[in-house]
Design a protein around this ligand. Structure first.
Ligand SMILES: Cc1ncc(COP(=O)(O)O)c(C=O)c1O
Length: 381
């Protein structure tokens, strides 16, 4: 059966060039970068080169780039690190309602320790209003977190404006750029943020490796203590092969980004136009203009998104919903709920996230198999 993978916001396949570059570090270049002998120095050189490549890709100083296990750890380190370092200055966070769970849950978890979080609402397209973020800041606020682009609907936030307002108030800004990186330009200097999170497996690299950019001079406690790795900010022998892969993934993403953006947008718009022409009772979720080029989130009237995912899976097409299954019950997507969509629209939502290998013929195949799936599901009701 033909398979079409349209779930690139969940994870991406590892690019063959990334895999090739990693292999020696899973073979005879196995050294520990902290060892002073030649075997260790080989790993250290590779680590430093990768740091330079990642830093160049995100417009940062290499000394501000901390390697860790992924986007979730990066968000945890930013929030918990500042909470621990600055708890005597205040115990308040300001976050957007459409943050990733690794931000929302971490803030929530810290409530037990006396921290409070103001969750700033978004409009019906998933966009935060910078003035609302500024209005939520108090003298107690330790950190503002607004993600660059949302994973479920792809809405891109006005980060520069948020950053300017946070800076005026002297409060650091964390930008979760996990979904934006590689899909649009991300330059932490131009954005004006203090911290930014990245994850390699969304960028055609391996899982289990990420980056937290920390502006020089920002005080932050380490989450993992022990050795003096990563400029004493994150203890633990580095995932050298993964980090080497991250460097190459960033180089490739930079080389291919413009072409990627154009192609993804064309294919995504072909998919949306085709769906709207062939299927009645379907609406677009997310911002129609300020949106990731690869992301299409739609709601089908009178069907459950989960059933569409299963129906398409049986046809070899991989897509997803934003809802999470917890203890046998489907929990609605907090992003779509925050956008104020009604329950039926939330339940009927499906995310198609395109990626590098997708062709026009793949899109046309999806447009062939999707209408009968929807028809069958509606017929059941
Ligand atoms: C916006 C966003 N932030 C953070 C993460 C977490 O990244 P990781 O899977 O590397 O922990 C994800 C993953 O889905 C994400 O989409």
């Amino acid at each position: 059966m033909r398979t079409v993978y349209l779930d690139h916001n969940a994870t991406t396949p590892v690019d063959p060039a990334v895999r090739e570059a990693m292999l020696p570090y899973l073979g005879d270049r196995f050294g520990n970068p902290s060892s002073i002998h030649a075997v260790g120095r080989t790993a250290r050189v590779a680590l430093d080169e990768a740091r330079d490549e990642v830093a160049a890709f995100i417009g940062a100083d290499p000394l501000s780039v901390i390697f860790l296990s992924g986007g979730s750890e990066a968000n945890n380190m930013a929030i918990r690190g500042i909470a621990t370092a600055k708890r005597d200055h205040g115990r308040h966070f300001v976050v957007s309602a459409v943050e990733h769970s690794s931000v929302l849950e971490t803030c929530h978890d810290l409530e037990a320790d006396g921290f409070r979080t103001t969750v700033v609402p978004v409009d019906e397209t998933g966009m935060v209003e910078p003035k609302d973020v500024a209005a939520a800041i108090t003298d107690e606020t330790l950190l503002v977190a607004v993600l660059h682009a949302n994973n479920e609907v792809g809405t891109i936030q006005p980060i520069e404006e948020v950053a300017a307002l946070a800076r005026e108030r002297g409060v650091p800004l964390l930008v979760d750029a996990v979904q934006a990186a590689g899909k649009m330009p991300v330059d932490v200097g131009a954005l004006g943020c203090d911290m930014a999170s990245f994850s390699c497996h969304k960028l055609y690299g391996p899982k289990g490796v990420g980056v937290l950019h920390i502006r020089q001079g920002l005080e932050l406690k380490s989450l993992i203590t022990g050795g003096s790795h990563e400029m004493r900010r994150r203890a633990g022998t580095e995932n050298v092969a993964g980090i080497v892969g991250f460097g190459v993934a960033c180089r490739l993403a930079a080389e291919r980004r413009e072409e990627y953006e154009k192609r993804m947008q064309q294919l995504r718009d072909r998919l949306w136009k085709g769906i709207a022409e062939r299927i009645s009772g379907v609406v677009l979720n997310g911002n129609p203009v300020s949106r990731l080029p690869n992301t299409l989130n739609v709601s089908f009237e009178a069907v459950e998104g989960e059933s569409v995912v299963i129906g398409l899976d049986l046809e070899g097409v991989a897509v997803s919903t934003g809802s999470a299954c917890a203890s046998g019950k489907v929990k609605p997507s907090h992003v779509l709920v925050a956008m104020g969509l009604d329950e039926a629209r939330v339940r009927g939502s499906v995310r198609f996230s395109l990626g590098r290998g997708i062709t026009e013929s793949d899109i046309d195949h999806v447009l062939e198999v999707l209408p009968p799936v929807i028809k069958r599901l509606r017929g059941r009701g």
